[in-house]
Design a protein around this ligand. Structure first.
Ligand code: AMP
Length: 361
């Protein structure tokens, strides 16, 4: 029998791999619960470094840096999914717990592994096939039909590394467009809307699920989330069932984001993010316990907080120079501003988000 996982009291230190906006908001939540935070992030002056007690400035896979992080931390979590297995191994060898666990991180890193796992726990996805070369792609097109979406298996985000194939003659060019990397071909989901569900699992196996949100993307980047979105009881119940089976299947500890396609009553899972998620930012002003506090509670072995919504929120990401309008936004009493403290407003860069209260519930 494995030993029970220690409950970390206030005053313990939470380690975070990554120092971007998610790390910053995690550090803020940890600080509210009385924890210190140590981040590991190569970039100086990053968003999280200005709210964390310790900043180890090193590459994510730097062994000395990881050892320093392990020495400072009572548990280590991450703000991004592409954490190499070797990094988890270094941290665990130093005797520090990593949450979510290495298997959960590895599963979410590879679209084929991810979809195979999801279907194995009853969280249905679109049909798919593994594609390593043109021959695989030709066979996959015959099996799945067209149009279909070719995506790199690893390291695709915000719609990058993806190309639609409408005609079999495009196969070779499509493979070239994704850099001839190991890929996956996916059947097109004829969805009526894109939803997501944020959920958490504690060290005691308890599961807590937030209401569903609806997501609108522009140019492959999330623009808005409206939550709680109106869904029938069966759809919300199905989302809870999907999230629970994923969390239990991975023996997961922490917050997870599950992106869903709503086919009009039937939910398919698009992908999972083993971390706090942009589509969960609405919980900061819509729920008693937001996703950041929930993540800290979960990994520290605390009871999970309430996921009940007290307001309907429209979350909007502010990209690049859109933050220049901050003064006008700040003058709306129903708009809550969340700035990431990034020094440079590059085009398309996520600089901040706002949560507008649409309705008190
Ligand atoms: P992803 O990187 O997998 O989250 O995909 C980015 C976006 O592409 C999604 O939010 C959807 O709008 C769209 N998309 C991804 N996969 C599919 C699919 N199999 N069918 C239809 N649209 C998709």
């Amino acid at each position: 029998m494995t030993a029970p996982i220690a409950v970390l009291p206030p005053g313990s230190t939470i380690g975070i791999l990554g120092g971007g906006q998610l790390g910053r908001m995690l550090a803020e939540a940890a600080s509210t619960l009385g924890f210190d935070v140590a981040i590991l992030e190569p970039q100086a002056d990053c968003p999280a470094s200005r709210v964390a007690a310790h900043h180890i400035q090193a590459a994510y896979d730097d062994v000395d840096g990881l050892k320093k992080l392990a020495a400072l931390s009572d548990v280590v979590t991450t703000e991004f999914e592409n954490v190499p297995a070797s990094v988890v191994a270094v941290l665990e060898a130093e005797g520090v717990r990593v949450a979510p666990n290495g298997r959960a991180l590895a599963t979410a890193q590879d679209r084929v592994t991810e979809k195979t796992f999801l279907n194995s726990v009853g969280a249905t996805t679109v049909g798919f096939a593994k594609v390593d070369d043109l021959n695989d792609l030709t066979v996959a097109i015959e099996k799945l039909g067209l149009p279909a979406l070719l995506k790199t298996r690893r390291e695709g985000y915000d719609g990058k590394g993806q190309v639609w194939i409408k005609d079999a003659a495009e196969a070779q060019a499509a493979l070239a467009a994704v850099g001839n990397k190991p890929s996956i071909l996916e059947v097109r989901a004829s969805f009526v809307r894109e939803l997501s569900v944020i959920a958490a699992r504690g060290t005691d196996g308890s599961v807590s699920v937030y209401p569903l949100g609806q997501n609108i993307h522009e140019n492959g980047i999330l623009r808005t989330t409206i939550a709680p979105v109106e869904v029938d009881d069966a759809t919300q119940a199905r989302a809870v069932e999907i999230a629970t089976s994923i969390l239990n299947g991975l023996d997961y500890v922490g917050v997870i984001g599950v992106e869903l396609f709503d086919l009009g009553g039937t939910l398919l899972v698009n992908e999972i993010a083993p971390r706090v998620h942009n589509t969960g930012h609405w919980t900061q002003d819509g729920c008693g316990c937001d996703q950041f506090e929930q993540q800290i509670r979960a990994i520290a072995g605390w009871p999970l907080g309430s996921t009940k919504a007290h307001a309907k929120i429209e979350m909007t990401n502010l990209l690049g120079h859109e933050i220049n309008d901050w003064h006008a936004m700040a003058s709306d009493p129903d708009t809550h501003l969340h700035f990431y403290g990034k020094r440079e407003a590059r085009e398309g860069r996520k600089m901040a988000h706002i949560n507008k209260v649409l309705e008190r519930l």
